[in-house]
Design a protein around this ligand. Structure first.
Ligand code: ZN
Ligand code: ZN
Length: 365
């Protein structure tokens, strides 16, 4: 990973020069990992595990005593400095010592209160919005990242296969969610997000929270889950039935499956994100369910479960080779239920390669 990080840092440094910045302050946790290798769970916006200060010549990782040992080990290219009197005070000293006049920062990942303190402490130096360069870099995966995401998906599928025999009438959504979590903690580094187990009418809510509802025969059960492994996420949804499915949802299932296949055939480098969404949406609209496909087709997956690009009907940006995106059309009938099917795909020059296997699908006639 050291070589990849070196390459990323060189690219970042070129942009510092081009933008007349002497440094950039990286506070987004996923960007911090991407550029240093230091992985930590931040306990909240107000309690960060640390940040990076990358100048034209130095790599500094600023954190507190709790993370000293781990940061030193995981980020060998960085010099670890502890903020004993808080981040603003340390930055004040560093900006003076390193002669930093203009420093990039990440507005969505710095609380206003901290921003104000830093701004005051570093006068006459200034903070400048660094924009989305690091997010754009993260969107295109290298070989090692693709392998990690692929492995996270393989493990998630193992866990999925393990829990399938437990899907029985009378078992609650929470019990299924618990088994998924248990499997993900035992076989991977844990879940990439809290699993969704939504049965019957709950399956009409795209982001339902598993509750005490008992699974019933015939109704759709949406299971959306992913593993975190070696710093990377996977994301998969399957809709399952116990016993003979309700005929209405069989039809819906086939529409969603056709829409997913159409999008997967269409996706390749150079097309607009909105057109990938359109390839699936068109099928769902033609079959009369357009108003029930209430979210976008997909999203990027990597260090974060949701990252660039947004594969939405609004996004005019182009898909590029090396992006990992989800293809997840869904139809949600309020009060009744829903169906969603989600795969992960790597965008390639002439098509896409699925990272999800073709397991756990039904072939309804
Ligand atoms: Zn998902
Ligand atoms: Zn997803």
């Amino acid at each position: 990973m050291k070589n990849e990080i070196d390459t990323r840092l060189s690219r970042l440094r070129r942009s510092l020069v081009a933008r007349d910045l002497q440094a950039v302050l990286v506070t987004c946790p996923e960007n911090r990992y991407y550029l240093s290798g230091f992985w930590a769970e931040d306990l909240g916006l107000g309690e960060s595990a640390g940040c990076l200060l990358i100048t034209r010549n130095e790599n500094l990782l600023l954190t507190d005593g709790r993370y000293k040992e781990q940061a030193t080990k995981e980020a060998p290219l960085f010099q670890v400095q502890l903020y004993k009197k808080g981040l603003p005070a340390l930055l004040k000293q560093l900006f003076r010592d390193l002669d930093i006049k203009r420093c990039g920062f990440e507005p969505p990942f710095l609380p206003v209160a901290t921003y104000k303190k830093i701004k005051h402490a570093i006068v006459p130096a200034t903070l400048v919005d660094f924009g989305d360069l690091i997010f754009k870099m993260r969107a295109i995966k290298d070989h090692e990242e693709l392998a990690k995401i692929g492995r996270a998906q393989e493990v998630a599928e193992e866990v999925f296969a393990d829990i399938l025999p437990e899907l029985k009438a009378g078992v609650t959504e929470r019990e299924v969610a618990f088994l998924i979590l248990k499997g993900l903690y035992l076989k991977a580094d844990g879940p990439s997000f809290p699993p969704i187990v939504a049965s019957g009418p709950n399956a009409a809510l795209p982001h339902a929270i598993p509750g005490n509802r008992e699974l019933k025969a015939g109704e759709p059960i949406i299971i959306d889950m992913g593993a975190r492994l070696d710093g990377y996420c996977s994301d998969m949804t399957r809709t399952m039935f116990i016993g003979e499915p309700d005929p209405y949802f069989k039809e819906i299932y086939n529409v969603v499956k056709d829409a997913q296949e159409a999008a997967q055939r269409f996706i390749r480098a150079g097309i607009r994100c909105k057109d990938a969404d359109g390839a699936a949406r068109e099928i769902i609209e033609q079959r009369g369910f357009g108003e029930y496909f209430v979210h976008s087709l997909g999203h990027g997956v990597g260090i974060a479960i949701h990252e660039a690009p947004a594969v939405s009907f609004r996004n005019r940006k182009l898909l590029r080779a090396g992006m990992v995106i989800t293809v997840e059309p869904g139809i949600y009938i309020p009060g009744k239920g829903g169906v969603r099917l989600e795969n992960m795909a790597v965008v390639e020059e002439n098509g896409c390669r699925l990272l999800t296997s073709s397991r756990f699908y039904y072939e309804f006639q």
